[in-house]
Write a protein that binds this ligand. Structure first.
Ligand code: GLC
Length: 468
């Protein structure tokens, strides 16, 4: 058996194993979770990616993930970044900390913040790639109203200015929790702003340091700020009209908004495919609006996409070079004159084209840290965005070549080092830094397994023997 086939089989096993059974309104669903070691709840953007692979293995499991997310959707349309498993207690901040019980539907408790809005992509993918048309049509009938409601929530509450860019109100909403993109705004939250009980709670309750290595994890000061924001929103009663007005942390940036643009495109296309063309037009127009707004974030002077801090008293422009710079590929929003600049940066071995690309910040940046969350390591999810995004540009030879190389490198990194949460961009694993550890982040990680399966299938990689 080749290494690829062996990896594929292992990926299937991980996806099958990393799950949880829940009962919602008398019905049983299978929920996928990122890892058995630590992340034992359902994470929104992980799950949306898991669905792409689960569809290959067992479509019912993919649909169950979507049903489970949608079951916890709030009345206002929000879907939390974590949907909590009722029997799981060992996680901080867990359900009791968020104060979201009164928003919960059908007994499903979630957090009160979002993650990048990938759901329309996944639902559209499931629709397009179903073998059993009858079953998928039933699934779409069930799921689509929730997806539409979710997009309405994002537009209404996160882009009240109607500028095309949604605001995130917590670093965790980006999914790139600890990225340097948030440093400047977070720094405006001073220790003296943070209530003593929040600091005490963080001190006594943080669980990630017990299981993971503290070298990977966010620092204490940042963690205090993360929890401070949650505490503030809880005190504002999770009323998003108020939260948007009051929060010190509201950022309009290119990573989440590229996904937002693409999600609207997918939703518009799905509605059109279902014969609901008029409705579809609305979302396609939102996609166009967001693409244009992303292009306007480009700053010719620094040659960077900027981010806008729009939090109360925190208006500023952020100029930070992270891999979010490449996300406009995923949204098909890269302007002609910007394309060569991005390609040069991407393929520069001193910046992003490391041995195991793509690092979350350039390897020579003063902010680069080999193992700390989103400040160095490579995550397969972000490689996937770029590989898929380059499809829009592949009539250009250089884009096609980069796409092929990145695809090969992503698959072979996983084949070589197995399914870690993230990877050292220079050596693949960080064993030269942590002699006692075999890899980075948590292992047998569902996301990495899902992306492996998706890439193999979607890019028609042929193994010598069929594995399914
Ligand atoms: C970390 C990541 C986040 C991801 C979660 C589960 O918190 O920063 O993006 O969703 O882990 O994998």
């Amino acid at each position: 058996m080749s290494r690829s086939e062996e990896t594929y089989r292992k990926a299937i096993k991980i996806l099958a194993k990393n799950s949880y059974i829940v009962t919602i309104q008398g019905k049983t669903y299978r929920r996928s979770i990122p890892s058995l070691d630590f992340y034992r709840h359902q994470w929104f953007w992980d799950s949306c990616t898991h669905m792409l692979a689960l569809n290959q293995i067992h479509p019912t499991w993919a649909y169950d993930d979507a049903y489970s997310l949608l079951a916890g959707q709030w009345k206002n349309g929000l879907i939390g970044h974590i949907t909590f498993n009722p029997d799981e207690e060992n996680y901080f901040p867990g359900p009791q900390f968020w104060g979201t019980e009164k928003e919960s539907q059908h007994g499903v408790i979630s957090t009160g913040i979002i993650q990048p809005p990938l759901l329309a992509m996944s639902v559209g993918y499931l629709y397009a790639h179903a073998k059993d048309r009858k079953r998928v049509e039933k699934f779409i009938e069930d799921a689509l109203p929730g997806v539409v409601k979710y997009h309405q929530y994002l537009k209404t509450y996160r882009d009240p200015e109607d500028c095309g860019l949604i605001s995130i109100v917590h670093p965790w909403e980006s999914g790139e929790d600890n990225s340097p993109l948030w440093d400047e705004v977070l720094a405006t939250i001073k220790m003296e702003d943070i209530p003593a009980e929040v600091i005490e709670t963080v001190k006594t309750s943080r669980k990630d340091l017990e299981l993971g290595s503290s070298q990977d994890r966010p620092q204490v000061i940042d963690y205090n700020r993360y929890i401070y924001l949650v505490d503030l929103y809880k005190k504002l009663d999770w009323d998003y009209t108020k939260i948007i007005q009051e929060t010190p942390f509201a950022v309009k940036e290119v990573h989440t908004n590229s996904i937002w643009a693409r999600a609207n495109e997918e939703l518009g296309n799905l509605l059109t495919a279902l014969g609901r063309e008029e409705e579809g037009k609305l979302y396609l127009s939102w996609a166009t609006q967001t693409r244009k707004a992303i292009q306007d974030l480009w700053d010719p002077e620094t040659q960077l996409y900027t981010a806008l801090s729009v939090g109360k008293g925190r208006e500023m422009t952020i100029r930070e070079d992270t891999l979010a710079q490449f996300m406009p590929f995923y949204a098909n929003a890269v302007r002609e004159d910007v394309l060569p600049v991005l390609l040069k940066k991407l393929t520069d071995p001193q910046q992003y084209w490391s041995v195991y690309p793509i690092p979350s910040v350039p390897i020579t940046s003063p902010k680069y840290e080999v193992a700390r969350y989103w400040r160095g390591p490579m995550w397969p999810i972000t490689n996937y965005f770029l590989i898929d995004g380059l499809n829009y540009y592949k009539d250009r030879a250089e884009c096609k070549k980069i796409q092929e190389e990145l695809l090969t490198k992503t698959l072979s990194t996983i084949e070589q080092f197995s399914f870690h949460e993230h990877y050292d961009p220079l050596t693949g694993i960080a064993d030269s830094y942590f002699k006692d550890r075999s890899g980075m982040g948590f292992q047998s990680f569902t996301w990495s397994a899902a992306i492996y399966i998706y890439l193999v299938n979607n890019y028609k990689i042929n193994f010598a023997e069929p594995v399914l």
